[in-house]
Design a protein around this ligand. Structure first.
Ligand code: FAD
Length: 428
């Protein structure tokens, strides 16, 4: 491999964002990617179990579309952005019945109550767990449901282990858009032009602090030396030790990795066998009250964009448990969950058995869905993003952004920020 200005490890959104910024500044950058595809956790597949339609195994939405830097790229390219929020209908269940109007109103107002309680606890006591916020709302019948959404479902973390401050710093507003054809396909189509990406090239060692700050990266396909290196692998990969740093990393970096463990989110898709649609309109979300804090919540997107399957989503330790138990257990769990709302017709509807269970836990190059900060560690993201070796070695990715943490946009922006630091270094 020939030497270059900047070497980037990983061709996910952070790596692609960094490489695009360097390309636009006329610097040479090489992206080394362990797997056989670009995109990382943005991956559109066409599963036979779902009839070959496009299906995003990881990221689905451009969150906070008004402020998301990927949205103008899609718009400029003429891509169709599906208005997922606008066409969505919702059903919320209490036991086997749907909510009354009064219950729904109480649910809607529970979110601002929860946010206000979090602000108050953090202001008085500093960073606590999200579960601690729920405990302060013990007389609010919907607090455990809000916790289940904001902890395991959205952030892939159990509320007991999740920093309330990290949550507050990264709550996203605005609308969610879906690029027609899938996010992974969008990334491949629009974010790779003119980039030097080497697939199937796992990096094993990063030797930093060489002459003039140079970094040499060893991979299965040889070594490459650069003026700066941007590492974009997940904190799960960093914690695994699969990537050796020589010399060892500063303590503040290893501590940050420790304080930002990977959460897990699993999608379970079940394809209908027959015309029944459970009395639900297309693109309908099915949600339910969580009566006891910590009980698992599996919300469903039913018949997304008019398709013939439903998709359940579960996160946190319940997801790790199901991942260990296997696909059949995950499908059984989803069926049991649906049965509580719709009864035995669920078994007839999904009797064909066509299903899909995602497995980000088993991807050795990711090792989870995305990371979260543990209570008291909300500043770990800032610590990880802080350049090492005077900017010759940097970390970027979803773990390193505050505001858009755990998202495509956060990864992209943090990659571009790392590229700006690298530019200052290699320009010298
Ligand atoms: C189920 C799920 C749903 C999600 N939903 C959304 C959503 O709707 N909207 C949203 O914005 N975000 C969502 N996300 C989060 C989003 O996908 C991630 O935040 C983002 O893709 C992370 O990008 P990254 O560049 O930080 O990391 P990655 O995408 O993990 O990229 C890192 C790359 O490094 C490679 N790599 C690892 N080890 C090595 C090595 N040793 N050598 C070389 N390469 C290596 C990996 O193969 C990978 O390609 C979701 C994620 C999951 C898992």
């Amino acid at each position: 491999m020939t030497d270059t200005d900047v070497v980037i490890i990983g061709a996910g959104l952070a790596g692609l964002g960094a490489a695009a910024a360097l390309r636009d500044s006329g610097k040479r950058a090489v992206v080394l990617e362990a797997s056989g595809r670009v995109g990382g956790r943005a991956w559109t597949a066409y599963p036979a179990a779902l009839g070959g339609v496009w299906f995003d195994m990881g990221a689905v939405w451009f969150h906070d579309a008004e402020n998301n830097p990927l949205v103008p790229i899609a718009r400029a390219a003429g891509d169709t952005l599906l208005q997922s929020d606008e066409i969505r209908t919702e059903r919320t269940f209490v036991g086997d019945r749907t909510t009354t109007k009064a219950e729904l109103a109480a649910y809607a107002s529970a979110w601002p109550r929860y946010e206000a309680a979090a602000e108050a606890v953090i202001a008085a006591e500093g960073d606590v767990s999200l579960a601690e916020v729920t405990r302060r709302l013990s007389d609010d019948p919907w607090a455990a449901t809000v916790e289940a959404w904001e902890g395991p479902v959205i952030c892939a973390a159990d509320a007991e282990n999740f920093s309330a401050l990290d949550w507050r710093r990264n709550v996203l507003g605005g609308i969610n858009l879906v690029p027609e054809g899938g996010i992974g396909a969008f990334v491949q189509r629009r974010l790779t032009q003119g980039l030097d990406i080497r697939l199937n090239t796992p990096v094993t060692r990063v030797r930093w602090g060489g002459p003039g700050g140079q970094v040499t990266v060893d991979s299965a396909r040889g070594s490459i030396t650069a003026g700066a290196c941007i590492v974009t692998v997940s904190t799960g990969v960093l914690a695994s030790g699969a990537l050796v740093f020589d010399p060892v990393l500063p303590v503040r970096v290893t501590e940050a990795v420790h304080d930002l463990p990977m959460g897990l989110a699993i999608k379970v898709a079940l394809r209908a066998d027959g015309p029944d649609r459970l009395g639900l309109p297309p693109h309908c979300s099915v949600d339910r009250i969580i009566e006891r804090a910590g009980d698992p919540l599996m919300p469903f997107q039913c018949w997304p964009f008019g398709r013939d399957y439903v998709q359940g989503w579960i996160g946190g330790s319940a997801a790790w448990d199901l991942a260990r138990a296997g696909d059949a257990a995950a499908v059984d769990f989803a069926l049991a969950y649906l049965r509580r709302a719709f009864g035995a017709r669920v078994d007839r509807l999904f009797a064909g058995g066509a299903s899909l269970v995602t497995h980000w836990d088993a991807d050795p190059w990711v090792r989870g869905a995305y990371c979260y900060a543990t209570p008291g560690s909300a500043l770990a993201r800032d610590a990880l993003a802080d350049p090492v070796s005077d900017g010759h070695l940097m970390f970027a990715g979803e773990a390193c952004h505050v505001g858009f943490a755990g998202t495509l946009a956060g990864a992209w922006i943090s990659g571009q920020a790392a590229a700006r630091t690298a530019l200052a270094v290699v320009g010298r």
